[in-house]
Write a protein that binds this ligand. Sequence first.
Ligand SMILES: NC(=O)C1=CN([C@@H]2O[C@H](COP(=O)(O)OP(=O)(O)OC[C@H]3O[C@@H](n4cnc5c(N)ncnc54)[C@H](O)[C@@H]3O)[C@@H](O)[C@H]2O)C=CC1
Ligand SMILES: O=C(O)C(=O)CO
Length: 329
Amino acid sequence: MTRPQVYITRRIPERAFEVLREHAEIKVWDSDLPVPREILLKEVADADGLLCLLTEKVDAELLNAAPRLKVVSNMAVGFDNIDVAECTRRGIPVGNTPGVLTEATADLTWALLLAAARRIREAIDYVREGRWITWGPMLLLGQDVYGATIGIIGMGRIGTAVARRAKGFNMRILYHDVRRNEAAEAELGAVFVDMDTLLRESDFITIHTDLNPSTYRLINREAFAKMKPTAVLVNAARGPIVDTEALYEALKEGRIFAAALDVTDPEPLPADHPLLQLPNCMVVPHIGSATVTTRNRMAEIAALNVLAGLRGERLPYCVNPEVYERAAG
Ligand SMILES: NC(=O)C1=CN([C@@H]2O[C@H](COP(=O)(O)OP(=O)(O)OC[C@H]3O[C@@H](n4cnc5c(N)ncnc54)[C@H](O)[C@@H]3O)[C@@H](O)[C@H]2O)C=CC1
Ligand SMILES: O=C(O)C(=O)CO
């Protein structure tokens, strides 16, 4: 019997290969850089399963090039790179990797929040550049975190994990979401507010929504105009949720204190991008889930999703479960 073919779009942790090896023929784009689109379109021609990353656009063009595809498995929790409706229309289940990266991403969010509040990037440059002559009463003054107000936009898995850490800093926790999170309200004393209140009252604003039409450029010029001049913005969700030009203006003109970004629009940000020249902006290269354990677990779940899809079983983590209702109906 011929074995199913799986295409993996990047070098990923070995754990994925351990799960799949005895069940499928695996072909991998064995590189740390993304597979060029024209090669991807050729490689999926005989693929039964696709294990891809957030850097690959899975759209009608790709699906047309992959007539045998039975499953698309994203090694990420976010799936805005995938045309899920088109996959569903074609009866293809789509998998993602929720939960296992929640704590790592919340940790990174806090690393960014603290570093931006206390101007750590500027402080490191200051020492490296040999400018550290003495203790300075007015040197590199930042913002207090302990006891401040944090505003969390998107109180899902990661938003809630960020809020848990905020409890340890004795913070007042505000949140906004399209639905109430009563568990977070009960456990953490988080207070549900409208966006305006969150923007006006928060000392720290941190974004944890998925990217969808309602969150695209949610943080725009009008939003920045409502923030405190001492506010710190953190984005570890998706770049396009923040309007980059509006952010640049707000930082440059001192309308907010600082920003720290794990994700950008465009992504990657070119090395000569004006945002990177600003002392009050800190950017890291989308490393929210980048710990050894987390990436191993993401690879494992992504592979288990592929395996289930190849066998015609329900994916352990499926973003379009309606695909099964269609099949049953
Ligand atoms: N920087 C990184 O490396 C990582 C980034 N992410 C991003 O974080 C996102 C969130 O992940 P999870 O917490 O696991 O997802 P989740 O689905 O548990 O939480 C997302 C929350 O956003 C809310 N939401 C959606 N639209 C909204 C709107 N217009 N206004 C307010 N709230 C809205 C949802 O109701 C939900 O509660 C992912 O979709 C992904 O894009 C996730 C992991 C790592
Ligand atoms: O999982 C995601 O959505 C990421 O952004 C990377 O872990």
